[in-house]
Design a protein around this ligand. Structure first.
Ligand SMILES: Cc1cc2nc3c(=O)[nH]c(=O)nc-3n(C[C@H](O)[C@H](O)[C@H](O)COP(=O)(O)OP(=O)(O)OC[C@H]3O[C@@H](n4cnc5c(N)ncnc54)[C@H](O)[C@@H]3O)c2cc1C
Length: 229
């Protein structure tokens, strides 16, 4: 999985502070970084999160599955542009070469199991790869026979890799990270949102300072307010 920051509001935290100070016309108190930290932490703790909407970031995520992107696009203030399975072909079709190689994400949890298929015993991973390869072979044959990619794709599994670009303002990014970096969230979206959090902690350290990443780096949660400086 790869998360690339494509764009971010320049001087994002100062933009947020200046927007916020418009409410009180208190520009005389604009004295970054101290004033920025103080004001942003105050508005976040009081729940006045609309000021965080003045800054946004755009990310390209590669190597995630359609399972992950389906979960991601449920967030209504995350604007997505995703690889189309109508226009992108994973195999040659009459008159056109494939757009990209096919890849399927395999969850680690299947490694611990063994399964019987057609009387033989396979590891979970072997069985998964066999079944996924069968699906892909049928997709390939359907395309070669003239079935459009938008219909042939019905046979592809949820693990099919899919590229996506998302844009979200900082308020929505905080919401996304709160829900999806939580230990209860699904591992794939959790890992990707942790990468987003890691980037945001560097790019906007004040806005994202209250997210605490666990010692193993596998989840993050909001710190209780009394623990914040
Ligand atoms: C651990 C986990 C398990 C999940 N399991 C399932 C599942 O089994 N089935 C399933 O269908 N979904 C599931 N979801 C998805 C979940 O139900 C939400 O659709 C998704 O998390 C988006 O959350 P949201 O609506 O808060 O956020 P967003 O869509 O990002 O919206 C942000 C916030 O804006 C406000 N908002 C947005 N739209 C409206 C609106 N129309 N009216 C009023 N306020 C609005 C709300 O305050 C909302 O929290 C799961 C999510 C998580 C994190």
């Amino acid at each position: 999985m790869e998360v690339e920051l494509m764009a971010i509001t320049p001087q994002a935290e100062e933009v947020i502070e200046k927007a916020c100070r418009t409410c009180y016309l208190s520009f005389n108190r604009f004295d970054p970084p101290e004033s920025t930290r103080e004001l942003i932490r105050k508005v976040i703790s009081k729940g006045h999160h609309s000021v965080l909407e003045h800054a946004s970031a755009t990310f390209r995520v590669k190597g995630g599955s359609r399972v992950f992107t389906h979960e991601l696009v449920r967030h209504r203030f995350v604007s997505p542009s995703q690889e189309s399975q109508r226009y992108v072909c994973y195999a040659d079709k009459p008159g056109r070469h494939k757009t990209k190689d096919y890849n399927c994400i395999i969850p680690d949890s299947i490694d611990g199991v063994s399964l019987k298929m057609n009387g033989s015993c396979f590891s979970g991973r072997e069985a998964f790869i066999k079944a996924q390869e069968q699906c892909y072979r049928l997709y390939e044959q359907l395309l070669a026979a003239g079935v459009p990619p938008e219909d042939a794709r019905y046979i592809l599994p949820g693990g099919t890799e899919s590229e996506i670009v998302i844009t979200a303002n900082f308020r929505e990014l905080r919401h996304l990270i709160t829900l999806r970096c939580n230990p209860r969230a699904h591992w794939e979206i959790r890992r990707i949102c942790l990468k987003i959090l890691d980037i945001m902690k560097k790019e906007a350290p004040i806005v994202f300072s209250d997210f605490v990443i666990d010692a193993q780096g596998e989840s993050a949660q909001l710190a209780p307010e009394e623990e914040l400086g």
